[in-house]
Design a protein around this ligand. Structure first.
Ligand code: HEM
Length: 400
């Protein structure tokens, strides 16, 4: 079964696309005794945008609940990214309430003020690479820029970057299914520590608020204020989603563009092309490959019937290579007219809150890297992150 292999076969981490094509060949909506899934662009976007679908709850998939209870009772006060009250794991009306409270700093207009800071942060990191020959572009640049930017937007001090990256690394696998016990325990521990640190951070912001969104959430009117668990879940997701995804866009961007001399020359000559390059990269190497929704009633989408209660796995990375929408889909094409029709940021009410920020960081981060080091080349194959939902590199050696 291609989906089981997609989730468990280590070779699918390197190349999930062959399995995507096997799934696509089985039909627009593939129903198996265990899962229902789709690689079809119209169905993926239809399911994500349709209000008759809701979120699929995650922890039960990652580790059967009876196993959790047998080994260690779940602590309802430990916030995660895949359980309520995380934005990613709630439907309206709760979702609407949470999202309204955190949207302001991420609108394109609010982000204009952040763009200079993104450039400054990127240039500082690039200054640190001057005079070096071979560097790991993920640990020294692609991984550092997003954490610096989201931490600054949320008012989290610079000295926390390393710790945040460590926690993020341990928590990211919870997005996948079928975790090993060791990975699961590691992520639980990280969630607990992260939550504990957030509580202390909120206490500091209550005492001495800044201009940032977390200070506003912590000090909101009592009727509107989020509970402690809601605050923890929201801050955890904003921080984690802010740096665990964009790193993959930047890392994959380096790999793709070092193999595209002509596109690279055009980008250096005409920096206005960077936003288009980023859309095409998001389509071609989607940093978030998989999500899903469950039908809350019988639904027909684009001529396909889906029964109430069916959980549909939406393969974002496969939909973004649907040959009916994107001809010659495995090719990086800087002139592709419809790259932006990708679903790399999902769709509907859960459409990525950080999409504008990620687009800006992607375009600025890649532009400044290639402008500073125009001869940059890969110095090896790099090591992929052993994850199915997130697609990107753990390390990537380059010569500058
Ligand atoms: C290239 C980078 C990024 C990609 C590919 C990406 C992708 C996604 C996807 C696919 C979803 C929706 C998942 C679903 O529908 O189940 C999502 C949601 C979300 N993203 Fe991003 N993301 C990126 C960067 C960011 C950044 C920088 C932030 C910073 C704030 C962020 C914050 C969020 C939040 C808060 C949600 C939850 C939204 C909701 O449920 O209403 N993301 N992202």
């Amino acid at each position: 079964m291609p989906f089981a292999r997609l989730m468990s076969d280590p070779t699918s981490v390197e190349d999930p696309y062959a399995l995507h094509e096997e799934i696509r060949a089985q039909g627009r909506l593939v129903r198996t005794p265990f899962v229902t899934l789709t690689a079809d662009h119209a169905l993926v976007s239809g399911v994500l945008r349709d209000q008759r679908f809701g979120v699929v709850l995650g922890t039960g998939d990652a580790m059967p609940r009876f196993v959790r209870w047998a080994l260690q009772p779940p602590d309802p006060e430990v916030a995660s990214v895949i359980d309520p009250p995380s934005l990613l794991a709630t439907d309206a009306p709760d979702h609407t309430r949470y999202r309204r409270q955190v949207s302001k700093p991420f609108t394109p207009r609010a982000l204009q003020a952040v763009s200079d800071r993104v450039e400054q942060r990127a240039n500082e990191l690039l200054d640190g690479l001057e005079g070096r020959h071979v560097v790991d572009v993920v640990s020294e640049y692609a991984g550092q820029l997003p954490v610096a930017v989201i931490a600054e937007i949320l008012g989290v001090p610079d000295h926390m970057h390393g710790q945040l990256l460590q926690w993020g690394h341990a928590i990211a696998p919870t997005l996948d299914q079928g975790l090993s016990w060791h990975t699961y325990r590691n992520s639980e521990r990280a969630l607990r520590e992260f939550g504990g640190w957030l509580d202390g951070h909120f206490a500091r912001l209550r005492h001495k608020p800044g201009e940032d969104i977390l200070s506003q959430l912590v000090n909101a009117d009592p009727e509107d204020r989020l509970t402690d668990l809601e605050l923890r879940a929201t801050a955890l997701l904003l921080l984690g989603a802010g740096f665990e995804t964009t790193v993959n866009l930047l890392g994959s961007g380096v790999v793709v563009l070092t193999g595209e001399d002509e596109a690279r020359a055009r980008l250096l000559a005409d920096p206005a092309l960077w936003p288009q390059a980023v859309e095409e990269l998001l389509r071609l190497e989607s940093p978030v490959q998989i999500t899903g929704r469950v039908a809350h009633r019988d639904v027909e989408i684009d001529g396909i019937e889906i029964a109430s209660g069916t959980a549909v796995i939406t393969l974002l990375g496969a939909a973004n290579r649907d040959p009916g929408v994107f001809p010659d889909p495995a090719r990086f094409d800087l002139d592709r007219p419809n790259s932006r029709e990708h679903v790399a940021f999902s769709g509907g009410i859960h459409f990525c809150l950080g999409a504008s920020l990620a687009r800006m960081e992607g375009a600025t981060g890649l532009r400044l890297l290639f402008e500073r080091f125009p001869d940059l080349q890969l110095a090896g194959a790099g090591v992929r992150r052993p994850l199915q939902t997130l697609r990107g590199y753990e390390s990537l050696p380059v010569t500058l």
